[in-house]
Design a binder for this molecule. Structure first.
Ligand SMILES: Cc1cc2nc3c(=O)[nH]c(=O)nc-3n(C[C@H](O)[C@H](O)[C@H](O)COP(=O)(O)OP(=O)(O)OC[C@H]3O[C@@H](n4cnc5c(N)ncnc54)[C@H](O)[C@@H]3O)c2cc1C
Length: 375
């Protein structure tokens, strides 16, 4: 068995207090929090070298709150550009913070290392299925070519949008949308750009994010079919070269009520916890994992849902409404961008986006601003 640090183990069965499935931002956070609280934890990740296709944009406020590493930050973005379907452009200078663009391979690997440093055991292995779900959970994990049975009191499943754990536990997966993304070599922009228009991203947006030596660009849509053509429309509109490193992936649409099934807790993309409208998931995956770990530490799995709802439910519900209302057609997208021209709207939005710990007052003032516009 190969562990993160290359240590070999030979056993065909393991016993641990908590099994964490998936070594992305959610899984590593859960494992670190558990290990820091002296909870015996094993994290299984199917491939330590996996690099998740991702824009890698994380608001600066999250770094302090979650003690995130700065090494994978390739660029600090201090300007956002929004372009409406008709070409109306709004530029927002970020005050009091920035968006950090991280390289996901390095980011995920450092987070796993932090979990291991805290005392969690990391194993490269693919979760296959639950063999038994009860007060004890027996999971089958394929390590190399061999099945390993891992018995645990709890499982935190953080195995992403294609979660096998959800399916094996008999839980309905969250709905998902699709994105197609690619890297382009030259540093074409210093802003995070969001382009709206149904000719290239109906119901979503296309983006260009600078990462230092390259930019990532992409387009979202409800269906995988036709997404490549939509993305080509965007490249033409933005006058970008075609490039050849296209990758397609799914992004969950929040709305389902996936938290736990008994002692199996779901966190991050596996639970659909991606913010509607912005489709930002890294921060929320890590916070959900932290809440799940805290619930396990207290031996009260139902606490997880309470902690999450208290902190995020209003925010997610509002953003879902805004997404449905403002991205439904070109006229609404046009209205959205024009609203974002107003300095007080920019200030309220950025306060909420950059500073995730923003108090209820910040959220309420944001709700009040948009309540006026949604008729
Ligand atoms: C193109 C694109 C751009 C995005 N841009 C941004 C952005 O700029 N900012 C942002 O905040 N969010 C962004 N997101 C969303 C963000 O990537 C996710 O929300 C985030 O990665 C969720 O973290 P997670 O740990 O829940 O899942 P993941 O990061 O998907 O991690 C899941 C882990 O589980 C492992 N795994 C899967 N199956 C198994 C198994 N059977 N056994 C063991 N391990 C398994 C995987 O290898 C992976 O390491 C983007 C998403 C996409 C697709």
């Amino acid at each position: 068995m190969v562990t993160n640090s290359g240590v070999k183990r030979s056993s065909a069965s393991l016993r641990t207090k908590v099994l964490v499935i998936g070594g992305g931002p959610a899984g590593s956070t859960a494992a670190r929090v558990l290990a820091e609280n002296n909870v015996d934890t094993v994290l299984v990740e199917k491939d330590f070298s996996f690099v998740k296709p991702c824009g890698g944009g994380i608001p600066s406020g999250a770094f302090e709150e979650l003690d995130l590493p700065y090494a994978p930050v390739k660029k600090q973005i201090r300007k956002i550009k929004m372009v409406s379907p008709s070409g109306r452009t709004v530029e927002v200078n970020l005050k009091g913070g920035f968006i950090a663009m991280v390289e996901r391979g390095q980011f995920d690997s450092i987070l796993r290392q932090k979990a291991e440093d805290a005392g969690a055991e990391l194993l490269q292995g693919r979760f296959r299925r639950f063999l038994e779900i009860g007060r004890q959970i027996i999971s089958e994990v394929i390590v190399g070519d061999s099945p390993v049975r891992i018995t645990s009191d709890y499982v935190i499943a953080a195995d992403g949008i294609n979660s096998r754990a959800l399916v094996s536990a008999g839980v309905t997966p969250p709905m998902a949308c699709y994105v197609i993304t690619q890297r382009l070599e030259s540093p074409l922009t210093d802003s995070c750009e969001f382009w709206f228009g149904s000719e290239h991203a109906p119901g979503f947006y296309s983006w260009v994010f600078p990462h230092g030596e390259y930019v990532s660009t992409g387009t979202g849509g409800f269906r995988i079919k036709g997404l490549r053509a939509l993305h080509e429309n965007f490249l033409k509109r933005r006058q970008l070269p075609a490039g050849d490193s296209l990758r397609g992936y799914k992004v969950p649409l929040w709305g389902s009520n996936v938290f736990n099934k008994g002692r199996i807790l779901f966190a991050g993309d596996a639970a659909g916890q991606v913010m509607p409208l912005t489709f930002e998931g890294i921060y929320y995956a890590m916070k959900a994992a932290q809440f799940a770990a805290e619930a396990v530490i207290r031996d009260k799995p139902s606490e997880y849902k309470k902690l999450w709802k208290k902190r995020f439910h209003t925010r997610f519900s509002l953003m879902k409404r805004l997404w449905r209302y403002f991205l439904k057609d070109d006229a609404s997208m046009e209205k959205f961008v024009s609203i974002c021209e107003r300095p007080y709207v920019q200030e309220a939005s950025m306060r909420l986006w950059l500073n995730k710990k923003a108090d209820k007052g910040a959220l309420l003032s944001y709700i009040n601003i948009f309540r006026k516009f949604i008729v």
